[in-house]
Design a binder for this molecule. Structure first.
Ligand code: ZN
Length: 123
């Protein structure tokens, strides 16, 4: 006898299963992000690489502009900048290939996944 098993119950069960699946998959997705690095290119052509898995705050200077970059929870964002347009403060980057550029300061932040096949180019 399954007459008291209503269609609405099935929808709720499906939703709960979806949420449970998402919760299971999220940590997995984050663990792959753990190998991602933030590459900071400055106006003088220098590049510095930081692990996105380690929280930190950085102060960058370029073309007499100062940017404060925060790496937190596997994502990097510009929290403060003295540049006039403020475009670089628009969002956070965490996935391979994502970029934040501050044109006035000549600073570019790029996320790259470490050991990825695309990143075999050195020098
Ligand atoms: Zn900017």
């Amino acid at each position: 006898m399954q007459t008291h098993f209503k269609r609405g119950d099935a929808v709720i069960i499906a939703l709960v299963l979806c949420v449970a699946l998402l919760l299971l998959l999220l940590p997995l997705a984050r663990s792959t992000d753990g190998s991602a690095v933030l590459v900071i290119s400055l106006s003088d052509g220098s590049e510095t690489t930081y692990a996105l898995s380690e929280d930190r705050a950085l102060t960058l200077t370029g073309n007499s502009h100062t940017l404060t970059v925060v790496i937190e929870d596997g994502a990097a964002r510009v929290v403060k900048s003295t540049c006039p347009d403020g475009v670089c403060r628009m969002g956070a980057i965490s996935k391979h290939g994502e970029m934040l550029v501050c044109a006035p300061a000549g600073v570019a932040l790029t996320v790259r996944s470490q050991g990825g096949d695309v990143d075999a180019i050195l020098g």
